[in-house]
Design a protein around this ligand. Structure first.
Ligand SMILES: Cc1cc2nc3c(=O)[nH]c(=O)nc-3n(C[C@H](O)[C@H](O)[C@H](O)COP(=O)(O)OP(=O)(O)OC[C@H]3O[C@@H](n4cnc5c(N)ncnc54)[C@H](O)[C@@H]3O)c2cc1C
Length: 403
């Protein structure tokens, strides 16, 4: 009986296991995860779960009995410590000691880990990160009315956490080395919309500054400011957990390199989710996408590839966020350098609009803010990759489908 091993029991890994069974695979599936939890989704950890509106049960990918019912051998708290691609084995370490497993096919869904700060006081317990459900629990208990929160980083994690902290009536200061919020993710135009949203909710930004020291009750910044702080929350990005693959001799570079079928450079080893840096046929280059939808869809795509089906994984990157009463979905990759123009349908000041990022007159990314049921149309516009008349694009009376 063939044995398929999945290293990394999170969204991508659990969805891959589900797809293997849905597609009729009746061999052994072993799902190995370092965390002492069954697979769960991370977006609620900075939103509903952190705010206390989502229950713990709401974050799991499957109910606990789904795994035995589908013959998926889920092993919690078990880390894959090495891969031997020649022998087709993985070394594991867990509550029952060390061991070895043989695989016919191996999927790496080891995800990413938060980048860490290293300065005087950065190892204190008041310096917090956000990746796991335990991290979210720690933040939730720290976020009490009046808690002084300093946030390092004005990216998605930083801003969603700032929103949760303000909702819990904390005082919030965000430090960001760049001149604005979400610069790498959205560029300055839309970054400013999000910074204004947070200012309107009482968040103070200090752009061009980073934290250089934490003392009890205080964060010292690179500008020499002493900011009162009960906690420092660090949200400065994540790095792919690709060390395991690199040590095994697989090609890596900002993640595990794969082709469009999510095959790595080693035979019978695949990668998906945050850890995979995959060739994207639509974009014509490799991309590593750290978004929920990429784990949701990439795990199943890798599973189909493991089963020998022809796979060309080319979704338009998709991301969503909720902050205060702003909900948005974003399609495409609107990072600086990829676009030369930003246009709007609706007024960004009303927080109900669609933004389009264009390059050479064609839409390369689009974001719907508090406007719903249009993201598929935005993705179609991006896929079409054709110049569009700006007057029609910005005219709310013309359905996006007519473009
Ligand atoms: C707080 C937070 C909020 C987010 N919000 C959004 C959002 O609103 N929208 C959005 O699109 N995306 C969001 N994301 C991103 C999204 O959650 C990730 O893209 C997604 O979790 C990636 O899933 P994954 O399965 O690839 O990896 P991960 O979720 O990183 O899981 C990988 C798992 O593998 C385990 N592992 C690592 N190494 C090993 C090993 N050697 N052996 C065994 N197990 C191992 C890890 O412990 C982990 O459990 C958010 C992320 C976070 C942290």
């Amino acid at each position: 009986m063939p044995s398929y091993v999945i290293a990394g029991a999170s969204l991508a890994g659990a969805k891959a296991a589900e797809t293997l069974r849905d597609e009729g695979f009746d061999g052994e599936i072993v799902l190995l995860g370092s965390e002492p939890e069954r697979p769960y989704e991370r977006p609620p950890l900075s939103k509903g779960y952190l705010l206390g509106s989502d229950s713990r049960d709401a974050v799991y990918v499957h109910p606990a009995d789904w795994y035995p019912e589908h013959g998926v051998d889920l092993r919690e708290g078990v880390t894959v410590t090495a891969i031997d691609p020649g022998a087709a084995t993985v070394a594991i370490s867990g509550p029952e000691g060390d061991g070895e497993l043989s695989y016919d096919k191996l999927l790496l869904t080891t995800g990413a880990s938060p980048r860490r700060l290293n300065f005087p006081g950065s190892d204190r317990e008041e310096v917090l990160y956000l990746r796991t459900v335990g991290d979210s629990d720690r933040l939730r208990s720290a976020f009490q009315p009046g808690t002084r929160v300093v946030m390092a980083g004005a990216g998605w994690i930083g801003l969603e956490t700032a929103a949760a902290a303000r909702t819990a009536e904390c005082a919030v200061t965000v430090l960001e080395p760049q001149p604005g919020a979400l610069q790498d993710q959205l560029g300055p135009e839309l970054g400013a919309v999000f910074a204004d949203l947070h200012r309107a909710h009482g968040v103070e930004f200090r752009f061009g500054e980073i934290a250089v020291e934490f003392r009890p009750g205080m964060v010292i910044t690179s500008g020499g400011a002493e900011i009162p702080a009960d906690v420092l929350v660090v949200g400065i990005g994540a790095a792919p957990n690709d060390d395991l693959a690199a040590r095994a001799g697989l090609e890596t570079g900002n993640g595990v390199l794969t082709d469009e079928a999510l095959r790595t450079s080693a035979p019978n080893i695949f990668a998906a989710g945050d850890v995979a840096n995959s060739f994207h046929p639509l974009l014509g280059q490799r991309v590593r996408v750290e978004h929920w939808a990429n784990a949701l869809n990439g795990g199943p795509a890798a599973a189909r590839s493991m089963l020998g089906q022809a796979v060309s994984y080319d979704p338009v990157p998709y991301f969503y966020s909720d902050q205060y009463d702003l909900g948005m979905e974003c399609a495409g990759l609107p990072s600086p350098g990829r676009y030369d123009q930003v246009l709007y349908r609706g007024d960004p000041a009303t927080l109900e609009f669609i933004a389009f990022w264009l390059s050479g007159g064609a839409v390369i990314a689009g974001m719907n803010v508090n406007v719903w049921d249009v993201n598929d149309d935005l993705q179609s516009l991006i896929r079409a990759a054709r110049p569009i008349d700006p007057a029609r694009l910005t005219n709310p009376d013309i359905p996006l489908t007519d473009l």
